[in-house]
Write a protein that binds this ligand. Structure first.
Ligand SMILES: NC(=O)c1ccc[n+]([C@@H]2O[C@H](COP(=O)([O-])OP(=O)(O)OC[C@H]3O[C@@H](n4cnc5c(N)ncnc54)[C@H](OP(=O)(O)O)[C@@H]3O)[C@@H](O)[C@H]2O)c1
Length: 283
């Protein structure tokens, strides 16, 4: 699909932005990384929007290390909460729509079914709290995309970690009591493009399908690599040693209900996309 509108993407060195850059690949697209646009600096944000005058800003920039956020709430809030606020304030002047990328961590993970967009938020970590604050500053015309368990070709992610450990024949353990939808940056970027073209607004869950635990996900990757399944051991969150500073939602499964209601096809089951990605990353 060719994009017709002028798009500015923040967080240009990140894994999702790399695939968004390919999806929105035209001469009008502007990609800015932390060095060229620090979203926590209001004046920089205003100057960038006034200069480029984008129709849409897609904000992928965030402090995504959830454990580091737990130890530095001030910095997390500056980027994950004030950053989106700065973008909305500047967007108000330039008539720009904002697409804010958000997360399953806005939920507490205790619900006994997949989360839909209107379910009550209740973040348990600093990362989740500050990302929710970033959602709440959006205007009616803006778009919030909640995704989960992101991985892709670019940047660092858990899939690359699993593949690296598998290659080095190192034993690994993953939790079986946290479930979610693994989501691939290319598939998520494709759906974001469709929503931008439709001028969609409000909150949309955008993930690949097929709920699994981290343990089952690691097993699926090992299987695709022809590695023995016993290279990964199943543990519980309580058994993690050392324990992680930030709590994770036990249930991270996001139902893509708003996409379905809009007549769009959600990203496919993760098992459809994974083989190609594993092959590419193993090359
Ligand atoms: N990763 C996941 O599993 C996941 C799950 C759900 C939602 N999300 C959300 O999806 C979005 C994209 O995630 P991702 O995995 O692509 O993240 P990522 O690879 O960590 O990329 C985030 C980028 O933001 C940049 N950044 C940090 N502070 C900034 C600032 N003050 N100004 C401008 N840029 C700044 C980082 O720059 P440096 O490279 O210089 O550090 C990094 O390149 C984020 O909003 C994240 O919260 C991620």
């Amino acid at each position: 699909m060719t994009t017709k509108c002028k798009v500015l993407i923040t967080g240009g060195n990140g894994q999702l932005s790399a695939d968004l850059a390919q999806v929105f690949d035209n001469s009008d697209t502007v990609i800015l990384n932390r060095e060229t646009l620090d979203i926590s600096k209001a004046q920089e944000v205003e100057a960038a929007l006034l200069h480029h005058k984008p129709e849409v800003v897609i904000n992928t920039a965030a402090l995504t290390d959830v454990d580091a956020c737990e130890g530095n709430a001030t910095q997390a809030r500056l980027v994950n909460s004030h950053g989106p606020k700065n973008l909305v304030t500047a967007a108000q002047r330039t008539g720009t729509r904002v697409v804010q990328i958000s997360t399953d961590y806005v939920f507490d993970g205790t619900l006994g079914r997949p989360y839909i967009e209107s379910d009550m938020t209740n973040p348990q970590s600093i990362y989740g709290q500050t990302k929710l604050e970033g959602e709440l500053v959006m205007r009616e015309e803006d778009l919030v995309i909640r995704t989960s368990w992101l991985c892709g070709i670019h940047g660092s992610n858990i899939l690359k970690t699993i593949i690296g450990l598998a290659h080095r024949e190192r034993p690994m353990s993953f939790v079986s009591d946290q479930i979610g939808h693994p989501s691939f940056t290319k598939d998520v970027a494709d759906t974001i493009q469709q929503l931008v073209e439709l001028q969609a607004h409000g909150i949309f869950h955008v993930t690949n399908q097929g709920p699994v635990s981290w343990y089952e996900f690691a097993q699926t990757v090992l299987d695709l690599m022809g590695r023995p399944p016993n290279q990964v051991t199943s543990i519980t969150t309580e058994e993690l040693d050392p324990p992680r500073p930030a709590p994770r939602p036990a249930n991270s499964v996001l139902k893509n209900q708003a996409l379905l209601a809009a007549g769009l096809v959600p990203p496919p089951d993760f098992r459809e996309t994974l083989p190609e990605l594993v092959e590419a990353l193993c090359e």
